[in-house]
Ligand binder design. Structure first.
Ligand code: ADP
Ligand code: 5GP
Length: 199
């Protein structure tokens, strides 16, 4: 059977590039994709809901869960810790569904190391690094200081893009969404093990 294999789609790229926006558009077109809810020590932003946007943990709780091996991957980004809970990934894959992770570059590398071809890595790049400041400021969720830290990190993240199988330039949102949908549909219709096609 073609297209029955569940996949993990890892969407990475610098803060403000449009990962969240593209993922919500992707899920409008492919609603069966689940979104992994990460854990973080960052404070909730206005409107963010615990358990929906993130599992908001204290630094002590995060450290305890990291120590217990509860994370598939975790990283420190801009002074806060972020991690993908194994429980989120295992629950979705057990149910035969595919999953989207929206994570930064260090975490994406860890997922690639652990999952290999089961994970599809997609880097979202800006048409020009300058748009990151405009988009972060335009989003209106981060202080000037937080924006400056995120832009500093973005320099190294942009250098990492050639490590990833797919790179999508988020210039025009409609065009970039189409490209992302095309990649995801194509990966979903491909089996990992050629023997599966005989079934
Ligand atoms: P990320 O999740 O990568 O941090 P967001 O999805 O929050 O980024 O997008 C950051 C801001 O940029 C948001 O205000 C969003 O509406 C805007 N944005 C996203 N994609 C585009 C685009 N192609 N052109 C212009 N603005 C965009
Ligand atoms: P934000 O604070 O803007 O929500 O997220 C900051 C960065 O952390 C973004 O690049 C986001 O993709 C990343 N991030 C969110 N969840 C995770 C996670 O579970 N693991 C890792 N490694 N990064 C994450």
């Amino acid at each position: 059977m073609v297209g029955v294999k569940s996949r993990v789609f890892v969407i990475t790229g610098p803060s403000g590039v449009g990962k969240g926006t593209l993922i919500s558009r992707l899920r409008e077109q492919i609603p069966e994709l689940e979104l992994s809810v990460s854990a973080t020590t960052r404070k909730p932003r206005a409107g963010e809901v615990d358990g929906r946007d993130y599992h908001f943990l204290t630094p002590e709780e995060f450290a305890r869960r990291a120590e217990a091996g509860d994370f598939l991957e975790h990283a420190t980004f801009s002074g806060n810790r972020y991690g993908t809970l194994r429980s989120e990934v295992e629950r979705t894959l057990r149910s035969g569904r595919s999953l989207v992770l929206e994570i930064e570059v260090q975490g994406a590398r860890q997922v690639r190391a652990v999952m290999g071809d089961e994970a599809v890595l997609i880097f979202i790049a800006p048409p020009d690094p300058k748009v990151l400041r405009e988009r972060l400021a335009g989003r209106g969720t981060d202080s000037e200081e937080a924006i400056a830290r995120r832009l500093e990190t973005a320099k190294q993240e942009l250098e990492a893009q050639q490590e990833f199988k797919h790179v999508i330039v988020n210039d025009d949102l409609d065009r970039a969404t189409e490209e992302l949908v095309r990649i995801v549909r194509s990966e979903l219709s491909t089996t990992l093990d050629p023997a599966d096609d005989q079934a």
